[in-house]
Design a protein around this ligand. Sequence first.
Ligand code: AMP
Ligand code: GLY
Length: 433
Amino acid sequence: MADTGAKGNMRVLVVGSGGREHALVQKLSESRLVDAIWCFPGNAGIAQVASIPNLAHAHADLLAEFAVAKGIDLTVVGPENHLADGIVDVFHSRGLTIFGPTQKAAQIESSKIFAKELMRRYDIPTANYGVFSDYESAEVYIKNMGAPIVIKADGLAAGKGVIVARNIETALKAAKTTLSGEQVGDAGRRIVVEEFLQGQEASILALCDGTTCIPLAPSQDHKAVGEGDQGPNTGGMGAYSPVPVVDQALEQEVCDTILIPTLRALEQEGICYTGVLYAGLMLTDTGPKVIEFNCRFGDPETQVVLPRLKTDLAALLLATSQGRLASFPSLEWDPRACVCVIAASGGYPGAYSSGFPISGLESVGKLRDVHVYHAGTASRNKEVVTAGGRVLGISALGDDISQARERAYVAMGKLAFQGMHYRTDIGWRALPH
Ligand code: AMP
Ligand code: GLY
């Protein structure tokens, strides 16, 4: 299907159930190309925009069968675990069009060792590191390098695989508990021990079709649970876009020194990378360096980037999946800023309870320039109840970060559920001091 061709008959399937997928589904529903959208597993908010198929589980074979049966033109995958498990390969083997990298390409996220070795081989700027599978060698390296130092599990660990150690004891303990499997199971049987980088962080998500890459607007997320970026890491408590410290020159530098070289490096290794290449960056005194790569849209970065995107998302994702980015028109952006604040369940990122009714959704739904993106929500007897750690996010647009932020917090003030907590300082680094 050409992006300017057949109007309004495209059928789309989105895989996932978080705020990111709600934002994707919402934006796709605004596309002039799209006629029908399904999402699985979805959540209570997604169910208002997309149909939720009645499937037993989210295995790739079952989803592919569904895509064939419904004549789906494009499947968009949100979470990394599906990509790491090879959903794209399964869809390709059936001749289905799907947005995302193959299993081999997804290693850029599913194995930190794969990513680091690729960067080392092709001179892509990143922290110095060592790879270890036994504690004794890690101990020698850590003692040699000194603290602060960063310990990372090789495999996927749902955001729990990285420990930034301020002192040697913490680093040694992290290495021990990760390698033993205690911290994140088998994902930690091999670790990366990495130089501590200083600077501001930024996320640049680029759409890649194997040879061409188009960066999306930069964003910054807030991983720590507490105000001032204190406390344990979460899946992300908020985000904002644009990022004042990432000007056009810096964005170009990231393209020239990181994104394009990575795409070329993968090509050299015989890997055609399609989908989102997400560069998590540290903006150091000596230039931007890669903290991590992800093989998918970020969450909650997507919830601040997509509200600003004016280009038709379905056309863009289809062109990416079909290797047509070189001839795709320049992306159009809303110049306004967007801030997303996440409301989480009491106890999160530790243990939490679910099933609490959420009040205020209707009144927030009426606010202009405010999107409510559901994450861990479910419907129960016509009520929306909490069903996860991160429950929902509010993304608000404004003339600048301050206004967007104010709107997001006004909206958040209207929502309530038992145990609800959120950070009140999202975007603080971008505010005028
Ligand atoms: P990751 O899951 O790799 O994104 O790491 C989680 C967080 O740990 C990052 O967002 C950073 O705040 C921090 N981090 C990871 N690697 C480093 C590093 N080499 N230096 C400093 N902080 C880091
Ligand atoms: N916001 C961080 C991530 O999506 O991994």
